[in-house]
Design a protein around this ligand. Sequence first.
Ligand code: NAP
Ligand code: MG
Length: 474
Amino acid sequence: MRKQIKHYINGEWVESTGSETIDVINPATEEVMGKISSGTEEDLDKAVKAARAAFPAFSRSTKEERIQWLNNIVEGYEKRKEEFIDVMTDELGSPLTVSEEVHYPMGLGHFKQAVDSLAEFSFSEDRGGHTLLKESIGVSGLITPWNFPTNQASTKIASAIAAGSPVILKPASKTPFAAMMLAEIIDEAGLPKGAFNLVNGSGSDIGNGISSHPGIDFVSFTGSGAVGEKIMKNGAETIKKVALELGGKSPIVVLGDADVKDAAKTALSNMMTNTGQVCSAGTRVFIPQSMKQSFEEMILDLLPTFPVGDPWKEGIATGPLVSEDQWDTVQSYIEKGKKEATLLVGGTGKPEGLDTGYYAKPTIFTDVSNDSVIAQEEIFGPVTTIITYDDLEDAIEMANDNVYGLAGYVVGKDPETLRYVASNIRAGRIKVNGAETDFNGPFGGYKQSGIGREWGDFGIEEYLEIKSVHGMPK
Ligand code: NAP
Ligand code: MG
């Protein structure tokens, strides 16, 4: 049982001013695996005060100092690899291999990238008639979701440190422990007191408190659209800058010349990785009508290569969903899907032999219409939809006919057609033929998938204000 009921404020672990705690549930056992503090308004005020006090010196720190702090974090992070894997497998139910090969390196990658981006970054530029200065935006509030416990917090923290912005982090209360490990690592990295603070608590108390706090200048939020809307409304009262990384319902466009196995692999890895709890997951698969049968056969053939089960067991690719709520949501979408489309495999209920834990059956719908609920709304579970097309222009039109625009995928051979589709999907990140992720590539959404960009140099820009100085002495 992990009991970590302190907050990290002004360079030290401190008791909460309140006595309430929040239980953290292990999704594979449904048992309480830990407790955190349910922070109070007073705790948040203390953290904001510490961050504001840190601001003048932290915002004027040099590039070299920031690079040193980030490198210290990288070193501390790498030392605790095994613990990170354990904690994420415990709190998120992420299979050991996924914790090791996806979650661990993603969190680390952002700190390493921030070092590289910062080394190249220019905070001042002579633009002829004026000098342009980029300066820390002030104090930033960071609110993160549960689905990528290190990735989401790390990209925000790394960019904020690179920009010299002191932060208050509120991690998701379902998966707080990886973020608390990050706080321990940062504690040893030599940052000035108050530059990094972590306050645990519920979204309605601490999250809401961050978005309305007059002492916070910028809120970087990752999570659902419904909460994003509340944050924008709250932020408006004090004219805060707000960056939102929200949901998605991303298309995978399979070209007529695609290898059917490559296409099926792309569809399955999007559906099964992290139990489908990925904001950028491609869950609308557009395939040529002529490929329908071979694609369905291939995807059914390959499905067993993603075994579902106990995240601690070797060879498991997909664990449980994070919580009972999430399981219920996924079930209700599968119910809806059965009325709207043809169930190719899966369905409601738990997979055989997995009665304890929030396990869902991998579920694939075919003969799906792009305007059905299961094709339009984010499900956040191991569920995908197959939609056929006759004409590529129709496929692109359907791919864009959705309120979201976070990501897109294209699979095929002809370079010109691949470029054409990549350029015409209205989304912030496109992957062609399962390309590797570049940590310097901006991440963020078009349309209702959000406002702003994270990762790499674009991520740093979010934490900066722009100043033009006219007549700056040379
Ligand atoms: P969520 O319910 O919106 O929660 C996200 C964070 O906001 C949590 O820390 C939560 O705290 C907090 N929160 C809840 N209510 C709040 C309020 N009224 N004011 C301020 N903060 C509040 O989302 P989730 O269920 O954790 O995550 C799933 C969603 O995140 C999906 O829609 C997914 O697509 C999206 N997502 C987007 C990206 C991206 O980069 N675009 C990445 C990952 C996930 P508690 O934990 O205490 O509830
Ligand atoms: Mg939630």
